[in-house]
Design a binder for this molecule. Sequence first.
Ligand SMILES: Cc1ncc(COP(=O)(O)O)c(C=O)c1O
Length: 418
Amino acid sequence: MRNPDLSSKEAKWSWKKALSEGLIDEDDTSVLFQSWNLLKTYTDHLVNAFSHPKSLHAIAIKTQPHPKVLERIVKWGFGLEAASMEEVKKAIDAGISPDKIVFDSPVKTKREISYCHENLKGLRLNVNSLEELNRIPKNPNFQLGIRINPQVETGAPEVYDVSHDESKFGVPVSEKDSIIDAIIRFPVTLLHIHSGSQMANIDSAISAICLLRDIALEANSKLELEGSSRRIETLDIGGGLIPEELIPGETSKMQEYVSNLRIRCPELWEFELITEFGQWNYFYTGYAISKIEYSILKGRKYITYIHIGADFLLRDSYVKPRGISFEALDSNANSKTTEDVTHDIAGPLCFAGDYLAKNIDLPQVEEGDLLLLSGTGSNSYGLWSRHCSRAIPSFFGVDFKNKKIEKLSSRLNLFNEI
Ligand SMILES: Cc1ncc(COP(=O)(O)O)c(C=O)c1O
């Protein structure tokens, strides 16, 4: 379990401040927070790590699709990676210019492609297969890319691994000749990979980017031989890094990744670069606080029941805990100092798998105390499940440095919105 200090002070302040400003009421049995300061720290770190003269860091929308968060990302000058047409529209609503949108849906309709061509000049659109190229207009108004499956072993957990041989994502690199042939025949100027999420094997991830570079260089030589002035100009390297805590004075995994890329793939700095990091930017920048409804001794341990569970943290309960940490607070949001006991943290759903943690030691808690969950910033709000029809909690944006808090959205029940 990681040290929860990173956002604990801020989180306790946030609850107290929201309460004192009347922004939380009795029905707010849990609330969600986005730290603007932490998010800025991560996104700035990303930009500085790459120090690329021509880059578009397109943050994956699916990781945190709250409209107010997207607006903030756009205001800071970042791009957005969209996995669906709905996400493209969300990006536009957030005020972005189309050339900063990367549209990666694996299942685009002909109408969606036409819409992009007619309305979104400069958008970046990556096809998922060579077959999809036949749906592209002759002279598209968007930049056209091909997603390549590097077929490398990235060490990503199976459900997040997109680079195995039969993946539904991208054109297998083993079909390199067909890819190069397609680059010559269609107006392609961008090549894309996203090798997987939570990749444990960074060396393979870098090898995949080297493969992308090799195809780009080979295609550019062929284009030159053919007398064409068109070139592959942009390499989109996707996202996929495991979230990490940034510790001042220590080299981050992101910096290590980039240093290795500089050694093994220096040509990346000669192309335009697109990145699509999602959870690396967000994971540690979000937190949630739930009231504790009960904590009941069953056998040797306490089952502690809270108001968010598998509806909010779907991946943690259905797949595998991702490292979210827990801190017991009293009803005034101060750290509990009671003796540690063993807890199972149970969510509110009528579903046997709805646990966020088992057998963890935390101070003993009681009805009315609070539980702080840190590390809820990615793939949580965006995955909200309707199972058991519970409402999405109120969502706050926090500027801890300037001691400001703002309600970004009120409690919402999706089942009431038919
Ligand atoms: C095409 C694409 N790009 C980027 C991402 C973001 O990945 P991550 O959050 O692992 O950085 C995803 C996630 O599924 C994706 O499918």
